[in-house]
Design a protein around this ligand. Sequence first.
Ligand SMILES: C[S@@+](CC[C@H](N)C(=O)[O-])C[C@H]1O[C@@H](n2cnc3c(N)ncnc32)[C@H](O)[C@@H]1O
Length: 272
Amino acid sequence: MLAAGRTPAFSGPTYLHTTGIIMVLKSIDTLHRTKTGKISDKWASYLPYYDELFGPLRHKAISMLEIGVQNGGSLETWSKFFGAGERFIGCDIDPKCGTLHYDDPRVRVVVGDANAATTFQKITSISPKFDIVIDDGSHVSIDVLRSFVSYFQLLNPGGVYVAEDTHCLYLDQYGGGLLNEFSAYAFFKRLIDIVNFQFWRSDVSINNYLRTFFDLRSTPSFILEGWVESIEFKNSIITITKSLKPGHDKLGERITTGSVAQVDNWDGKLPS
Ligand SMILES: C[S@@+](CC[C@H](N)C(=O)[O-])C[C@H]1O[C@@H](n2cnc3c(N)ncnc32)[C@H](O)[C@@H]1O
């Protein structure tokens, strides 16, 4: 906290509180590293990445779901970071998570297997839509895939889905493996091609292309409809963003500006 008018001895975003005091907005990195109370468990590289990814949403009335709560600390970090956030729902299969208490009424914990229909129902009865979903649950390949199929569809347009600790998908004991063509990692790699479906010059349908993962008629409709905008692979994190609108033809028109074609006039199609 700093009196308005004084030169701040810090960098980073600030805001002017109604009391006239300049408040420092703490980064996720800082919030996580300095937190007390309930434990939260994150790898160092996630923290600045989350600041970059979630910074633009910071002042919005977002709803967030985190699969995998454990000691509950991360829900405190999220709710502090997103001051204007509306809902922070944590889901954990461990019944002991039912004892977690939060003073902040925006935070709720649902106990159950994230991939069970009853749990899905409990979560959607609290919040039918989300802006951010983080899967920090079992990290087992089939769970990662199922959760993505269940919860990506709940994202609002422009929403963000994050699968954490995807290094586990390289390990046999998590149902993964580098060359495992059935792993969730292999699935997310295939999604890259769906993003570029516009350029397939092939008779292969999306249903057929994803047949390893879904029966022919059960490819999630959000994939068929072109709701996957982008996929980012970082060390141990995969981020999938939802488009603002459906459709596969998103490249848009070619926009060529300028008037001098000194090197290549495209076979006379450009003015020389
Ligand atoms: C890595 S911990 C979560 C850590 C927490 N997000 C944090 O940042 O401190 C993983 C948690 O996922 C929970 N979990 C495992 N399988 C699950 C499932 N199918 N549904 C929901 N939670 C699950 C475990 O009980 C465990 O508490």
